[in-house]
Design a protein around this ligand. Structure first.
Ligand SMILES: NC(=O)c1ccc[n+]([C@@H]2O[C@H](COP(=O)([O-])OP(=O)(O)OC[C@H]3O[C@@H](n4cnc5c(N)ncnc54)[C@H](OP(=O)(O)O)[C@@H]3O)[C@@H](O)[C@H]2O)c1
Length: 253
């Protein structure tokens, strides 16, 4: 009897642990993975997807400081998209976790590259590393997770700044190039993998009041995320390879 009593706390703990794992996986509309989810649009996406009944995995470079993300109930993974070892560790931690929707959101604006005389080439390399190669590292590492998910959606948060047709006023050469390149890469994988049921899109989240533009946007992160979540949840195979804004409008390349 004494031995049985000793086992009670252990059994209780194992039941609690297994039920919390199950809660994460079942009874949800799917699992969404979001990079840069500790602030700005990424955090608003985590909040909106969580409120809509999805299980959220959000990444942060400093998980211990990601208080608002933690409050959404998201599983938090540490990730710096420029660091291959960090990407590998994150992927290892998520091995065998099916991902329905992968969202590459993390990004930086970098220095303004308007002036050829003062242009900082090293800074351009950093912007390309974060905004273009970062999403590629993440897609490469987590593609098996997406293939084992049911919805098989990959959303790369781009920008209308990446549209060459919409570039009518200059500015931000490298940021623009980083998003144009992301658009191109997204299109290639859309063509390669669409036939296997994977849907790749690039999206412009609107001009959003975040740290990136020192709060100068014309919509809030919550407005942007609400629109993005609706468009993303409605995506199907016919959207593969397209470029949409946060309201579902098609954008020119
Ligand atoms: N705001 C806009 O008007 C606007 C318009 C068009 C497109 N976008 C795009 O929307 C996305 C989100 O932008 P935002 O406005 O929300 O920016 P933000 O408020 O500056 O947040 C950027 C996020 O990216 C993360 N990040 C930066 N470098 C990273 C790295 N090396 N590894 C991992 N995470 C990194 C940041 O993490 P830390 O907190 O650790 O720095 C942060 O979570 C970006 O791709 C941006 O280009 C924004």
């Amino acid at each position: 009897m004494k031995n049985i009593l000793k086992l009670v706390p252990v059994l209780l703990l194992s039941v609690l642990c297994s039920s919390s794992i199950e809660t994460f996986a079942t009874g949800s509309k799917g699992t969404v993975f979001i990079t840069g989810a500790n602030r700005g649009i990424g955090l608003a996406l985590a909040q909106n997807f969580s409120a809509a009944g999805f299980s959220v995995i959000g990444t942060a470079r400093k998980p211990d400081q990601a208080t608002a993300l933690k409050e959404t109930g998201a599983r938090i993974e540490k990730l710096d998209v420029t660091d291959q070892a960090s990407v590998d560790a994150m992927a290892q931690s998520l091995a065998d976790v099916p991902i329905d929707i992968l969202i590459n959101n993390a990004g930086i604006i970098g220095e303004d590259n308007n002036d050829l005389a003062s242009l900082d080439v090293e800074n351009m390399a950093l912007v390309l590393n974060v905004n273009t190669l970062g999403p590629v590292r993440v897609m490469k590492a987590l593609f098996p997770n997406v293939q084992s998910g049911e919805q098989k959606k990959i959303v790369n948060i781009s920008s209308m700044m990446g549209s060459m047709e919409m570039n009518t006023w200059g500015c931000c050469a490298c940021y623009r190039a980083s998003k144009s390149a992301l658009n191109s890469i997204n299109k290639t994988f859309a063509m390669n993998y669409g036939k296997f049921g994977v849907t790749f899109v690039v999206m412009h989240p609107g001009y959003v009041k975040t740290d990136m533009n020192e709060g100068k946007g014309n919509i809030t992160p919550q407005q942007s995320a609400a629109g993005l979540v609706k468009v993303i949840t409605d995506l199907d195979a016919s959207d593969n390879g397209h470029f949409y804004d946060w309201q579902g409008n098609e954008l020119p390349w």
